[in-house]
Design a protein around this ligand. Structure first.
Ligand SMILES: NC(=O)c1ccc[n+]([C@@H]2O[C@H](COP(=O)([O-])OP(=O)(O)OC[C@H]3O[C@@H](n4cnc5c(N)ncnc54)[C@H](OP(=O)(O)O)[C@@H]3O)[C@@H](O)[C@H]2O)c1
Length: 255
């Protein structure tokens, strides 16, 4: 493969992206469409789905309004996407998992909610997508984890647990697929400039100022486009010999 091929290798390929209407997921959808890929993007809010869809380059895209917490509904969504595409080349699970919360406000329901969207949904999506794959063709799976899985940040008990579980599944599923043409990897961002940081700002004050002042993330917030490009690299042929790995994009944070 030449370097130039990197610009054409995504063209005509089919990808499913959860959380595709905001932040990192939205950047992945837009960038893949600019590269000529077809994208089935999944999120709940129909207006944001429409807005993202309209920003994408022309292609055989699908904007699917679906709550990934509806675990039993995932197989039906995947069935429909396969009817549209015939084959899937990659899947990225971008939906976040759980809000920041002090221990005093934490509950079983919040812990469960974080696992539901961040971990159970990922495993079910992978089960359904892999179950329908063309065994002769590669399938690339990427999960979006978080630095919270390995750092000591406070208020992230539910979130960090779900992300740790997500990384564990990334390793174990990659091992299950090791002799197949399926790769499973994770991107582990530190703090990224997205809407998601609003709840963190409420607890910490201005997070960007906090990150620089404390030296936790000396380069400041990461741009979502940069995290998206790392995920897109892992969807590509150049990443065919990488599986079961976690890649940090850290802004200088030690994670
Ligand atoms: N931002 C950061 O600092 C940071 C750092 C490390 C890791 N991450 C991880 O990176 C990923 C993307 O984060 P982000 O900051 O880019 O997120 P974001 O801007 O908050 O966007 C979240 C996306 O997920 C969708 N979504 C949320 N819950 C959903 C559900 N139950 N079913 C279907 N779609 C759902 C949202 O659309 P709807 O609301 O319309 O459904 C939206 O498209 C997450 O896994 C997050 O944990 C983020």
């Amino acid at each position: 493969m030449t370097i130039n091929n990197m610009n054409t290798e995504y063209s005509g390929k089919n990808y499913i992206i959860t959380g595709g209407t905001s932040g990192i997921g939205r950047c992945i959808c837009l960038e893949l469409s600019y590269l000529g890929a077809n994208v089935a993007l999944i999120a709940r809010n129909q207006e944001r789905l429409r807005q993202t869809y309209e920003k994408m380059s022309a292609g055989n895209h699908a904007a699917i309004s679906f709550d990934v917490n509806d675990i039993s509904g995932i197989s039906g969504i995947i069935d429909n996407v396969y009817v549209q595409y015939g084959t899937i080349d990659g899947f990225v699970h971008c939906v976040g998992s759980g809000e920041a919360s002090r221990l005093s406000r934490l509950s079983y329901d919040k812990l469960h909610a974080a696992m539901l969207s961040g971990y159970y949904a990922f495993v079910e999506f992978v089960r359904c997508v892999a179950g329908k794959r063309n065994k002769a063709a590669p399938l690339r799976i990427v999960s979006i984890s978080s630095a919270a899985s390995v750092t000591h940040a406070k208020h992230l008990t539910a979130y960090a647990a779900a992300k740790s579980a997500l990384e564990a599944a990334t390793r174990t599923l990659s091992a299950e697929f090791i002799s197949k043409k399926v790769t499973v990897n994770a991107v582990r961002p530190a703090y990224v400039r997205t809407a998601r940081l609003a709840t963190v700002n409420e607890l910490t004050g201005d997070i960007e100022e906090h990150l620089k002042r404390t030296g936790f993330q000396p380069q400041g917030l990461i741009e979502p486009e940069d995290a998206a490009k790392l995920a897109i690299y892992l969807l590509g042929d150049a990443a065919k010999s990488i599986t079961g790995m976690v890649f940090s994009i850290n802004g200088g944070a030690q994670c």
